[in-house]
Design a binder for this molecule. Sequence first.
Ligand SMILES: Cc1ncc(C[n+]2csc(CCOP(=O)(O)OP(=O)(O)O)c2C)c(N)n1
Ligand SMILES: [Mg+2]
Length: 319
Amino acid sequence: MLTDASPERLAHLYRSMLRIRRVEERVAAIYHTDKIKSPVHLSIGQEPPSVGVCEALAPQDVVFGTYRGHALYLAKGGDLRGMVAELYGKVTGCGRGKAGSMHLGDRSVGMMGTSAVVATSIPHAVGYAWAERTRKRDTVVAVFFGDGAVEEGVFPESLNFAALKNAPVLFVCENNLYAIHTPIHVRTPKPNYCERAEAHGIPAERIPGNDVLATAGAAKRAVDSIRLGGGPRFLEVETYRWREHVGPGEDWHLGYRSRAEGDSWVERDEIVRIGAMLDPDRRASIDASVDDEIEDAFAFAEAREFPRDEELYQHVFQP
Ligand SMILES: Cc1ncc(C[n+]2csc(CCOP(=O)(O)OP(=O)(O)O)c2C)c(N)n1
Ligand SMILES: [Mg+2]
């Protein structure tokens, strides 16, 4: 990690978050054409948790995520062309066109995979971390999940096992305050996620305000401790989903959350905040290069082929 708030570091964080935002905006804009063959759970507004935590990880470290995985895939260094082609269902996609948006992976950069079944990647990550520790490998495993996943039974089971085995795992709860259309306060009497981690002997930190620098700082402290053998850590990053739960649009009309609440998050857009810390010329050059890269990735996806029929049973699990 570069020194705190150096221009290089801010430019990197800005670029990384902007790239995720612009790709997803393009996905949303073309979704009605049906060229994208997959349901999409957009991370627009939720760029800081993935970008902040991934900045603190080393190249050999690995991540596990959820169906809302575009931000994590890109923040961990996943190939942009591979992701867009995957959304199109093309054979050059990172899952050879068979995985779609909800199952992104790129093992070459430690993006181990994502799951559409809420909370399932938590025990996967703990098992992987324990295996890496047993093999005496210098790997930190970060697992990302939503506030809804905390209500699944595997959450406390996984925390307990990770603490017991001193597994090198960083739990990252992206608390966007909702599970689909249900707010936290009607799902749980006490959303004290950090206390729940601490009850298992796992040090925990809550980062309010969708703050990428604070997230990166907390993640760095946690990752350093895990790498030194300090055992699992827990982060709760407060964030906010701007678009509908699944799909390209907005959903303020549904009434489960207010436009005023949404506006309060949009007004403190972290991409705008970090961008304002940059020299305007540098920011403009990043904006242009991100647009070029996205143009290239969509052109690549458009031009490529769908998998052939005979590939239907290749690269898939067959019991
Ligand atoms: C085991 C399981 N139960 C229910 C669902 C249906 N479901 C899909 S997403 C979701 C909400 C999850 O909310 P959260 O974990 O907060 O993640 P977010 O979508 O807010 O990022 C639910 C209940 C599912 N996919 N898997
Ligand atoms: Mg949620």
